[in-house]
Design a protein around this ligand. Structure first.
Ligand code: ADP
Ligand code: MG
Length: 253
């Protein structure tokens, strides 16, 4: 059975892309067949696994707008078992172009249905908004992982996200679940992090992953080398925690 997981939070900079790339790479390292789907026009997941956006012929845009066969967009990465549907800046136009399209919320779901059987996990890296691209992702997904940065105002804006999840459940995808809540970028040197952890746990309770992602310089360096943490520095704390997270997510199959 394959599982489609959207990584979503309309706040930028909370660790969606870092989590998509490194959770995906970790799962593949553990022997799972993983497809990353980059649906953020910034294309950071795409470049983050070493795909040169300038060389991309067909991307997620062509799936959503031009009905290109998803199989014709999938690329391999340097990690065995880790594939990607890339995004380029072309996707920035999709939000507006989709408005006049029939069943515009279902485009991604239909496309992923065609390739789902080839993978154990499909991980969708959402853009920092609650627009039609995120709605497509939540409609296609079995579940959603919400990364929350261990910072002031960590819970701010979350009610909007949860509202969107409820709307999608009600109208488009009744079986959508919250897979888990991931605390990211914990700075162990401050008390603030501890307070945020308590606050988030009070709110989401058992949905919060045991694994907490600390700040780790190697995690922030890896993307500029077009690599996940697994190949960039397999002995770093960042690699250790994302492998731990992968095991935790897999255990909730
Ligand atoms: P989002 O996709 O939610 O916008 P990113 O994953 O791109 O967030 O993260 C925002 C920035 O923070 C990036 O520069 C990324 O490299 C950095 N970053 C993310 N997680 C960590 C971490 N655990 N430690 C250090 N830097 C991180
Ligand atoms: Mg991102």
């Amino acid at each position: 059975m394959s599982k489609i997981i959207a990584i979503a939070n309309q706040k930028g900079g909370v660790g969606k892309t870092t989590t998509s790339v490194n959770l995906g790479a970790s799962m593949a390292t553990l022997g799972k067949r993983v497809l990353l789907v980059d649906i953020d026009p910034q294309g950071n997941t795409t470049s983050g696994v070493g795909v040169n956006k300038a060389d991309v012929e067909n991307c997620i845009y062509d799936i959503l707008i031009n009905e290109v066969d998803p199989q014709d967009t999938i690329q391999e990465t340097r990690i065995e078992g880790l594939h990607i549907i890339p995004a380029t800046i072309q996707l920035a136009g999709a939000e507006i172009e989709l408005v006049s399209t029939i069943s515009r919320e279902l485009k991604l779901k239909k496309a992923l249905n065609a390739v789902k059987a080839n993978y154990d996990y499909i991980i969708i890296d959402c853009p920092p908004s609650l627009g039609i691209l995120t709605i497509n992702s939540l409609t296609a997904a079995d579940s959603v992982i919400i990364p929350i940065q261990c910072e002031y105002y960590a819970l701010e804006g979350l009610s909007q996200l949860l509202n969107t999840v409820r709307l999608v459940q009600k109208n488009l995808n009744p079986h959508l679940k919250i897979e888990g809540v991931l605390l990211t970028m914990l700075d162990a040197r401050t008390n603030l992090g501890i307070q945020v952890i308590e606050e988030v746990k009070k709110y989401f309770q058992e949905k919060v992953y045991r694994t907490i992602i600390p700040r780790n310089v190697r995690l922030s360096e890896a993307p500029s080398h077009g690599q996940s943490i697994i190949t960039y520095d397999s002995r770093s704390k960042g690699a250790e925690v994302y492998l731990e997270l992968a095991k935790e997510v897999i255990s909730y199959e």
